[in-house]
Design a protein around this ligand. Structure first.
Ligand code: GTP
Ligand code: MG
Ligand code: NA
Length: 348
């Protein structure tokens, strides 16, 4: 297709890193929400999903004077837990994404789950951007709310800049020890070989415009083929949950294709707690949170007749009680062999 004519889906970006580096808080900062403060113990224990429409990204990156370049409809961000006990959720999250943000606390440097996340991403050849978070904790940091990072750095005293450079150099060395070249994004001349670092604060918002712009530009520039929309449904179950008024529901990430209300679907299930068996059911309702709201947080839902990828969706249907998180959802088309699809569903 010609320039500008690509039919692209939204990129899926996973946010990963060690516990308490500020993954959820960064998303809160972009969303204008307070999800993190509502978490038990301030710890994320589930995979989340938030859809950011292109117009919000454009708005948030305006100061970088790069508008009108967005070719993707939006960005779907998958939040993951950093606590050591949730390796399976980090693995599930990273398996779904096109690209990732690896969050590092500038005061702590690389930590065990930073390295674990890094290795999960490398295993799948997933490109990522490092968010070097909590820059506002540098001693004497002058707040420049939501400012691009270069502009914010210009406001800092020599001492702050020195501390920043010292910590940055140490962290680049730590990455080097993991076999990875990293560099501040605005000095990085060889993106792809050298991973970019974006200094951020989730509390005061410095560097957020840079992070968003870099993500979207990088996706559009290097992943056109991967992001070209296809009709084949590719969909993964994130969570199985009982929601008051809706019964047992499944939260899914639709990576490609379209889902419709009334679609016949197959998901992998566990019967009598021991036997695996396919669950065949019909989509009763397709729900999403409002844009810029977290799927895993209870709120009001938007009903859809159909939804196109990529999206985080809550599906209500009968018989989902024993559905298994982490498995694929299949749609039975009018010409499909239901038995073959049932078998396929059990292979995941
Ligand atoms: P898990 O999901 O549990 O792994 O943690 P997380 O990485 O999502 O971190 P979270 O958003 O829960 O933030 C952890 C703590 O760090 C909270 O108390 C936040 O308020 C604080 N925090 C996060 N980002 C920043 C930041 O940029 N600056 C400062 N000063 N504090 C931050
Ligand atoms: Mg979190
Ligand atoms: Na936390």
């Amino acid at each position: 297709p010609k320039e500008g004519e690509e039919n692209l889906r939204s990129p899926i970006c996973c946010i990963m890193g060690h516990v308490d580096t500020g993954k959820t808080k960064l998303l809160d900062c972009i969303r204008g929400t307070n999800v993190q403060e509502g978490e038990a113990g301030g710890i994320t224990q589930q995979i989340g999903a938030t859809y950011f429409p292109a117009e919000n990204i454009r708005e948030r990156t305006r100061e970088l004077k790069a508008d009108a370049k967005l070719k993707v409809p939006g960005l779907l961000v998958i939040d993951t837990p950093g606590h050591e006990s949730f390796t399976n959720l980090r693995s599930r999250g990273s398996s779904l994404c096109d690209l990732a943000i690896l969050v590092v606390d500038i005061m702590h440097g690389l930590e065990p789950q930073t390295i674990e996340s890094l290795n999960l991403l490398r295993m799948r050849d997933t490109e990522f951007i490092v968010a070097l978070n909590k820059v506002d904790r540098l001693y004497g940091w002058k707040t420049c709310k939501n400012a691009p990072i270069v502009k914010a750095m210009k406001q800092q005293t020599k001492d702050v800049v020195n501390e920043f450079n010292m910590r940055l150099t140490g962290i680049i060395t730590q990455f080097k020890e993991q076999g990875l070249n990293t560099e501040l994004y605005y000095k990085n001349k060889e993106m792809g070989e050298t991973f970019s670092i974006v200094p951020t604060s989730a509390i005061t918002g410095e560097g957020i415009p840079d992070l968003l712009l870099l993500l979207v530009n990088w996706a559009q520039k290097t992943m056109v083929e991967k992001l070209t929309y296809v009709d084949d449904v590719q969909c993964t179950v994130l969570e199985v949950k009982v929601i008051e008024g809706h019964g047992t529901t499944i939260d899914v990430v639709l990576v490609n294709g379209v889902l419709h209300e009334g679609d016949q679907i197959v998901v992998c299930g566990l019967q009598a707690s021991i036997n695996l068996g396919p669950i065949v059911t019909t989509i009763r309702a397709l729900l999403t949170p409002h844009p810029m709201k977290e799927l895993r947080v209870k709120g009001t839902y938007v009903h859809h007749k159909e939804i196109k990828a990529a999206q985080g969706i809550k599906i209500t249907a009968q018989g989902l009680e024993h559905a298994i998180a982490g498995t694929a959802l299949h749609v039975i088309g009018p010409d499909d062999d239901i038995e073959a699809i049932k078998e396929q569903a059990m292979e995941d």
